[in-house]
Design a protein around this ligand. Structure first.
Ligand code: PBG
Length: 331
């Protein structure tokens, strides 16, 4: 029997395949599009000059000295990526993370240098203490506990020092209670009304930050981050966290990580209709890169599918180590 002889004629009114027949038809009915201008590229800035040190667990991601970070930000913009998110690897660490608000530290220096190279590059800074404290925690530790209110006091100083350096947006990632309101107040008091706050509002306690902690040398020396980052099982709580941060003055709210929390992204976007960012974190990057390196997955297609999924869930902004690669392929 030939294949046509086997066939029956179905009298179908609807045939989904009609609109999947050609690239032109598929493109015409595509619901979700990615565009480079929704991508933010994270950079890890370290001391020195001419430094470009690849992070072992994140192929294609580097620790960059300020001069190299400027080149990378300029190159990203040429690829179509409008903004960078800066993390710092300071020269010294102490109990209270004082290098985090040192005007000469790598992040502050990089903000100034990038703005000088091209004022149109959007510069966002991560506000946290874990890269700066000797114990690797996101706040001040007293009697083995990460204190909230004392930590907020320091985070405010960090945010102000980033604004003084010229940051467009500060992004607190610490998950201490009340820090958005405190930072908003301090910025306004000093004349930084126009510096926006992108709050890591629903940040989960996630195993997917592992490679980042290699990149930023920020793994806690004891304990973990469960006392402040969210429990992976919770989404009602994420809505409360987002509501509070909006109330306190957040301009953009973020869900982090992205892939295991697509439902949270969707709920946050639907509930608040606020500019919503999703952080496609280090572990999401590394697992895809590792599988692609082994030839176990088509890295490029998987990357685009991953980013499309995050966008489809409702993210307006995607922070991703794939930003340059994705932007180049979108152009
Ligand atoms: C700082 C911070 C972390 C990330 C962003 N900001 C790490 C953490 O909370 O331990 C993770 C980003 C990533 O994994 O790509 N607190």
């Amino acid at each position: 029997m030939s294949p046509t002889e086997i066939g029956t004629r179905l009298n179908l009114v609807r045939r989904g395949r009609r609109l999947r027949r050609s690239p032109a038809i598929r493109a015409m009915v595509r619901e979700t599009r990615l565009s480079p201008d929704m991508l933010i590229y994270p950079l890890f800035v370290c001391e020195g000059s001419g430094v470009r040190r690849e992070v072992t667990s994140m192929p294609g991601v580097f620790n960059l000295s300020v001069d190299e970070a400027v080149k990378e930000a300029v190159a990203a913009k040429a690829d179509g990526v409008p903004g960078v998110l800066l993390f710092g690897l300071p020269a010294y660490k102490d109990e209270v993370g004082s290098a985090a608000y040192d005007a000469q530290a790598p992040v502050q220096a990089a903000v100034r240098a990038i703005k000088q190279a091209d004022p149109e590059i959007l510069v966002i800074t991560d506000v946290c203490l874990c890269e700066y404290t000797s114990h690797g925690h996101c706040g001040v530790v007293v009697n083995g506990e990460i204190t909230n209110d004392e930590s907020v006091g320091l985070l405010v100083r960090v945010a102000v020092s980033h604004a003084e350096a010229g940051a467009d947006i500060v992004a607190p990632s610490d998950m201490m209670d009340g820090r958005i309101g405190a930072i908003r107040g301090a910025l306004d008091e000093r004349g930084f009304q126009d510096v926006a706050i992108m709050s890591y509002a629903a940040k989960y306690c996630s195993a997917f930050y592992g490679p980042f902690r290699d990149a930023a040398d920020s793994a806690p020396k004891f304990g973990d981050r469960r006392s402040h980052q969210m429990d992976p099982g919770n989404s009602e709580e994420a809505l409360r966290e987002v509501a509070e941060d909006i109330e306190e003055g957040a301009d953009i709210v973020m869900v982090k990580p992205a892939l295991p929390y697509l439902d949270v992204i969707a709920r946050v976007k639907a509930e608040f209709g606020y500019p919503t960012a999703a952080y496609n974190v280090s572990g999401e990057y590394s697992m895809l890169k590792a599988a692609a390196e082994r030839g176990w997955i088509d890295g490029h297609r998987a990357m685009m599918e991953m980013l499309t999924g995050i966008r489809r869930a409702g993210a307006d902004i995607i922070i991703t180590y794939f930003a340059r690669e994705a932007a180049r392929s979108l152009r």
